[in-house]
Design a protein around this ligand. Structure first.
Ligand code: GLA
Length: 723
């Protein structure tokens, strides 16, 4: 395993767990992709080339027999204007206004450790291949970085462009990676949605031409996630090939799959070039974000488990990733903006003894924030509401054995705020055009240094002067009038510059306060991406806390994000988003498939109901290690029928819990069976629903009938414990 270069055949082999990624330098000096799939031998793979002489193809100048057209190669880094008419990965314009490019191999290095990306989050890793290419026409030097991993079937890729010429260059497209596949028998799977219904699953056959998902909102967005998978038509949850790709980026992205005349497929991923133009002065560098590729021969489940392991082991902050997550009580749906010290202390008291261990004070504690029309930007404690500041509540929480968390929305500003009155030009807007508002708020122009410094200072002051253990970082609108009043010409890549500004603030605050646990949020889960996960080990998955809706949202999210990344709360009924009633136990069982918590008013609970909360927290504690470290098997999709079923199995195979929800009860119903996975076939497992033990092979083969109580949206859990 590792990274190998065979000089005799000019081929690079990247070997991650069970997979090979191979490409070579052609005799013309271009990089030709050869293979990405199940592990193969390190031998000459040039036979995969299917160059066929074609009457109408434009061939390279020194081609023999009219066969060498880049249109027919699988290319590792396709550029513009040199016989490859498909989508390019890079477009650079020189001072002649030419974007024609000829990137040729110069050298390569195998670096002992993976270099971080300047100004952008990326995963950790060991040995990294850096291949340098040069464009003699415009002076650009391109480095492609590849990292392989022994313990996961993952390859990461990114690109760096440096201007080694004398004149400025204008980059109009710089994607992170291109993966050419030698056939088109693929379907594209992606995650789409909207506020309160994030990350539903779409699966569609590719067609000749381009399939694409993207964002232009200056946010990775709840509409489309920067994740896609190419899967075979016959690929199922546990069988068949799947190639997943996810971009470690929180801004405008694109993922495209192009099927061409030769029925090959080109998969491209990177920053969206819709609103992107970056001028590179002499000796300046531009780095793309990182793309994570997973290969699975074990269906979507295998792909998801690989992403989960990868993000847990190589991306998420290792101070927190495997530590027990706070079990939160959040006041948002219980009080909205209407609270004072007395109310909050009573709220904290109500959680005592339940096992809940963290109180999070949500929106409304600062500025003149009595509704969502005012106050954002004024990160000063509202002492009219909270007499004496946050101290009373924080002390009360700590004395009651609860940690204290606080809500911020650092990127935003209300026009009705002191900050806006002082700095009206700090918002993202064109001065002579009244900007659109989202939730009555505007976006702070994070491309400006003084704005970033202000945000870092005011948030730091609160974090320094108060004993805060946890921060919920929210972001509640996407961008419209894409204009910074300070950027001038640089507005051409305004969204990317905003995202770089955001990362700078995240770095300062997350690293500046290493003891604080940060949770991400964006109107629920509308910015749920690996770059955010790098800073925030968990993200509020959705404002939709309805148990049925959560089965869909959490199932879709789990395609590439681990359960521990999903913040999941039990909320009151009728549900505030859907008006639906679901059983209290079901809400808890579904919220247990993530970093669990509560978002309701426990002061209104009877002693008996509080006992129920305590029992739920205990039940969660039995499985919290499964959520943090276990393997996920999705046994039944809520997108396909009346049932949702997920199984978690500990890495050592000793304990597994299956959670099933039946949506609608049918009278005289038909038995529902699950076929558990990931068990040791020869071992005996005590099956909680049967009250006796069975062999792992029997459980997996014959399955288990799931019994439900009467009613709709009822859950059942089954524990399998190895004897
Ligand atoms: C967003 C979040 C909610 C809550 C509110 C507060 O909608 O997703 O959880 O924090 O903002 O305004």
């Amino acid at each position: 395993m590792g990274i190998f270069y065979d000089k005799t055949i000019g081929t690079f082999f990247l070997e991650s767990k069970d997979v090979t990624y191979a490409f070579r330098v052609t005799r013309f000096g271009f990089l030709e992709h050869l293979y990405f799939g199940k592990r193969v031998a390190r031998e000459d793979l040039s036979h995969v080339e299917a160059l066929i002489g074609r009457g109408q193809e434009n061939v390279l100048p020194d081609s023999e027999k009219r066969i060498h057209s880049l249109n027919q190669y699988l290319n590792e880094c396709p550029t513009y204007g040199r016989s490859d008419n498909r989508e390019s990965m890079l477009a650079v314009c020189d001072d002649r206004y030419s974007r024609i490019s000829e990137l040729k191999y110069v050298s390569h290095k195998i670096l002992p450790a993976k270099p971080a990306i300047d100004g952008m989050p990326s995963s950790r890793g060991g040995k990294t291949l850096a291949v340098t290419l040069k464009d003699a026409l415009n002076g650009s030097v391109v480095t492609l970085f590849y990292t392989a991993y022994d313990d996961v079937p993952v390859i990461t890729r990114r690109m760096e462009i440096e201007n080694k010429g004398k004149k400025p260059l204008v980059i109009t497209r710089a994607y992170s990676a291109c993966l050419d596949l030698c056939d088109d028998d693929w379907q594209a799977l992606s995650l789409y949605g909207a506020w309160a219904r994030e990350r539903f699953i779409d699966r569609t056959p590719l067609h000749h031409g381009i399939w694409e998902i993207d964002s232009k909102r200056c946010s990775s967005s709840g509409q489309l996630n920067p994740f896609a998978a190419l899967v075979r038509p016959h690929t199922t949850e546990e069988n068949g090939e799947a190639i997943g790709v996810n971009l470690v980026y929180s801004g405008d992205f694109t993922v495209k799959a192009q099927v061409d005349q030769d029925e090959t497929t080109r998969l491209l991923v990177g920053i969206n070039d819709y609103d992107f133009e970056w001028t590179l002065g002499k000796n300046e560098k531009f780095s793309t974000p990182e793309a994570v590729f997973v290969y699975s021969a074990d269906g979507l489940g295998g792909m998801s488990r690989a992403f989960h392991d990868f993000y847990r082991n190589y991306l998420i902050n290792d101070r927190f990733v495997y530590a027990a997550r706070p079990i939160v009580i959040n006041n948002w749906e219980a009080t909205y903006f209407n609270f004072d010290n007395e109310k909050l202390c009573a709220f904290i008291d109500s959680a005592k003894g339940t096992g809940i261990n963290t109180f999070v004070l949500d929106d409304g504690w600062f500025g003149k924030r009595n509704n969502d029309k005012a106050g954002l930007g004024d990160w000063f404690i509202n002492t009219d509401k909270l007499e004496g500041g946050l101290t009373t509540v924080i002390n009360h929480a700590h004395e009651s054995g609860l940690k204290f968390g606080l809500w911020f929305e650092p990127e935003m500003i209300n026009v009705d705020s002191d900050l806006y009155r002082e700095h009206p030009d700090w918002i993202v807007a064109l001065p002579d055009l009244k900007p659109c508002a989202g939730r009555d708020q505007q976006i702070l122009d994070l491309t400006r240094k003084e704005v970033r410094e202000y945000v870092i200072k005011v948030v730091s002051d609160i974090l320094k002067n108060n004993a805060i253990d946890y921060v919920k970082w929210d972001m509640n609108r996407t961008m419209t009038e894409n204009f910074s009043q300070a950027l001038g010409e640089k507005n051409k890549a305004m969204h990317h510059r905003y995202i770089l500004g955001l990362y700078e603030i995240c770095e300062a605050l997350v690293n500046g306060f290493p003891h604080i646990f940060f949770e991400g949020c964006a109107s629920g889960g509308c910015r749920f991406d690996p770059a955010m996960l790098y800073y925030f080990p968990q993200i509020w998955t959705s404002d939709d806390t309805d148990a049925y809706m959560r089965t869909l949202i959490q199932y879709g999210t789990s395609l590439c994000y681990p359960l521990s990344a999903m913040s999941c709360h039990v909320a009151a009924c009728p549900n505030h988003q859907t008006g639906r009633n679901t059983p209290f136990a079901s809400r808890a069982d579904i919220a247990h498939l993530g970093a669990t918590g509560y978002e309701l008013d426990l002061t209104k609970f009877t002693e008996e109901e509080l006992e129920e909360v305590k029992a739920q927290v205990n039940k969660y504690n039995e499985m919290s290690d499964l959520v943090l470290k276990g393997d996920l098997y999705r046994l039944a999709s809520p997108f396909e029928g009346n049932y949702f079923a997920e199984q978690l199995v500990s890495k050592d195979g000793k304990f597994s819990r299956i959670t099933v929800m039946r949506n609608l009860n049918l009278p005289n119903g038909i038995a529902f069976r699950v076929y558990p996975k990931g068990l040791d076939e020869k071992a005996d497992y005590y099956v909680s629903s049967l009250g006796r033990a069975l062999k792992g092979a029997t459980i997996a083969g014959a399955g288990l009938v799931v019994n439900f109580d009467r009613g709709d949206f009822v859950t059942t859990t089954i524990d399998l414990t190895r004897k």
